[in-house]
Design a protein around this ligand. Sequence first.
Ligand code: SF4
Ligand code: SF4
Length: 92
Amino acid sequence: MAVEIIEGCVNCWACEPLCPNQAIFASAPHFLVDENKCTECAGDFDDPQCATICPIEGVIIDDLGIPFNPPGSLTGIPPERMAEAMAEIQAR
Ligand code: SF4
Ligand code: SF4
């Protein structure tokens, strides 16, 4: 039982100090999780602390490959509207 950090992580360091098991470490090209140390925070917190603070959607996944913060969950922008929304923002 362990989470995984995948491509898209922007190496912001937000998650690293929150891990109760020191399972998160800097690597290239992005942070990684030591699967032998990660407990998904069971026994320490109700939710995986790394996923609660991560500002990037979709980069922390569970052992089934399901993201804790799926596309749209943090921005409030549905994935199918993202390209349109980015174009609107860049036109400002
Ligand atoms: S789920 Fe919890 S134990 Fe696992 S890497 Fe994230 S903060 Fe650490
Ligand atoms: S909080 Fe998210 S984006 Fe930041 S280092 Fe951790 S996994 Fe990467």
